[in-house]
Design a protein around this ligand. Structure first.
Ligand code: FAD
Length: 492
């Protein structure tokens, strides 16, 4: 933009991770951009939320949406540090399945790992093939790859699918996930969460990070944006009135609004003109906002993103959690001590877990999944947040034993409302429920990579409208796409 010209007035809609990063980057060029950040919610952060906890759980707060990430989350960590927050390392421990025929972990070998030893090694070879024949094999859904390379159903359902589901948050859509993600999960230096282990599939205790109190972090980040002149407009309703590639975008805005069930906003209403619109809301929400103004391309691309409604129950019902997942070391869950490494792993797992600054010495998993017997491709996910989030370890102090199990804070995630006949949420003791929240999540199915991701280039930047949001696949990539054309600089 030429110096001396009036500032470009930008409406950024959605104040989750994507919208906040977008507003933040534009705010660095305050002489060029007048930024208005809108959200229908009363706080920023989107799916990154925190709740207060009763003191009896040991910690006073919990991140009950987004909880952590892998060392590849460099941009996120930079944003934390900018506002004085530090992600905390934790050595990752997982527990998949229930009972000797389906349990496996990354902490010690199990009978399942021994049973599928040949297929684990074969998977390593198949990952190389996927990489080699990327465009061709990469878009195929994981379920097709598993069939194509003649993996057994049990190996797919008990080992591969739970692993992808948990780490990509793809839930019950995992069989339809494009296999490029499986390859990236293990192999891409920019994205990988794991090193592939030919013996046990997963590496032993890889580094992860848990996030600071995200409610506090987003509050401070919002204050900073405010101080940089960004107009943060929360609890606001929006309707798109007009878009013109030359003149810009007209919005109808309801300030301090409430939202009725028929999508009608109530509050102080007025119309406002913007030069650019950046939609950092879920794709289906963006499509609804565009309404009759959506082009056929936008309808096609945005309509290709599939969303699912999941519910998280945060609770302290140890009996329920123990009945669904394997939470403790048991001799019968142990595979053969056939090498020195395996013997060391078993000795480590046998100990009563002791608190360390960066995790637990002994078997104390934080991530859990189990498949439903009636439908083995569908899973229930869980977190032992006390084992996972650092504030509990800080409260305990190094070398301490953990809180008693009924003081642990657990989170159970029931996936996809349409599968709710499988859910066992009624079995959670109502008196032990701390909170219940619904989430609207997109699924990384293979169509996402044939329709949505390639389609983005045909809609982004048209009619003065840009798109961001995690559904554009990888937040950092999509934010780059948004900021680069607007600011002419790289997202850093
Ligand atoms: C339960 C759960 C746990 C997760 N855990 C992790 C984790 O541990 N690590 C991780 O990396 N990722 C995790 N994720 C994924 C992560 O939450 C998302 O990738 C990321 O937060 C999405 O950011 P976003 O800005 O794209 O969307 P969102 O965070 O969904 O933000 C969208 C914003 O748009 C607003 N909005 C919607 N409609 C409108 C409208 N019409 N007008 C105005 N505003 C609107 C919403 O209020 C919201 O604030 C988790 C997701 C869920 C649901």
């Amino acid at each position: 933009m030429a110096t001396g010209s009036p500032r470009t007035k930008v409406a950024v809609v959605g104040a989750g991770a994507a919208g906040m990063s977008c507003a933040s980057t534009l705010a660095q060029k305050g002489d060029q951009f007048e930024v208005h950040l809108f959200d229908s919610a009363s706080q920023t952060g989107g799916q990154a939320t925190s709740i207060a906890l009763d003191a009896r759980y040991g910690a006073t707060w919990l991140n009950d949406g987004v909880q952590g990430g892998s060392p590849i989350f460099r941009h996120t960590f930079n944003f934390f540090r900018r506002y004085g927050y530090e992600p905390q390392p934790v050595k990752l421990q997982v527990s998949f399945g229930k009972g000797t025929d389906s349990f496996f972990t990354n902490i010690f070998p199990s009978p399942l790992v021994d049973k599928f030893s040949g297929e684990i090694q074969k998977l390593g070879r198949v990952l190389k093939w996927i990489k080699l024949l990327m465009p061709l094999l990469g878009i195929l859904p994981v379920k097709v790859i598993l069939r194509l390379f003649r993996f057994s159903h049990d190996f797919g359902n008990r080992m591969v699918l739970p692993l992808i589901a948990l780490f990509l948050g793809t839930g019950n859509q995992t069989p339809n996930v494009s296999s490029v993600l499986l390859e990236r999960l293990f192999d891409d230096p920019q994205m990988k969460l794991w090193d592939y282990d030919p013996d046990t599939l997963l590496p032993n205790q890889p580094a992860m990070y848990t996030f600071p109190n995200l409610g506090d972090f987003y509050r401070d980040w919002t204050s900073y944006l405010d101080s940089k002149g960004v107009k943060v407009r929360l609890q606001t309703g929006l309707e798109i009135l007009k878009r013109d590639s030359k003149k810009g975008v007209d919005l109808r805005i309801w300030d301090d609004s409430t939202h009725s069930s028929e999508r009608r906003w109530e509050g102080i209403v007025h119309d406002e003109h913007f030069d650019e619109l950046v939609l950092c809301v879920p794709a289906d929400e963006a499509k609804k906002m565009l309404g009759k103004h959506a082009t056929w391309r936008e309808k096609y691309v945005l309509g290709g993103v599939n969303f699912y409604d999941d519910v998280t129950i945060t609770h302290s019902d140890a009996n329920y959690f123990n009945s669904i997942f394997e939470t403790r070391y048991k001799a019968e869950l142990c595979g053969k001590a056939s090498s020195e490494t395996r013997s060391e792993q078993i000795a480590f797992a046998k100990q009563t877990p002791r608190c360390r600054k960066d995790g637990w010495e002994g078997f104390a998993p934080m991530y859990y999944t189990h498949s439903f017997k009636q439908d083995p491709q569908k899973i229930e996910m869980g977190f032992d947040c006390t084992n996972y989030q650092h504030q509990f370890r800080q409260a305990l102090g190094e070398d301490s034993l953990s809180f008693e199990q009924d003081r642990h804070v657990y989170q159970t995630i029931f996936l996809n409302k349409e599968d709710s006949d499988l859910w066992t949420w009624e079995s959670i003791d109502k008196d032990k429920i701390i909170g219940e929240k619904w989430w609207h999540q997109f699924g990384h199915n293979w169509q996402h990579y044939t329709r949505v991701v390639p389609g983005m280039m045909f809609i982004n930047g048209r009619n003065r409208t840009l798109y961001a949001g995690s559904w554009t696949m990888v937040v950092s990539v999509c934010l780059y796409c948004v900021f680069q054309p607007l600011t002419g600089t790289e997202y850093a």
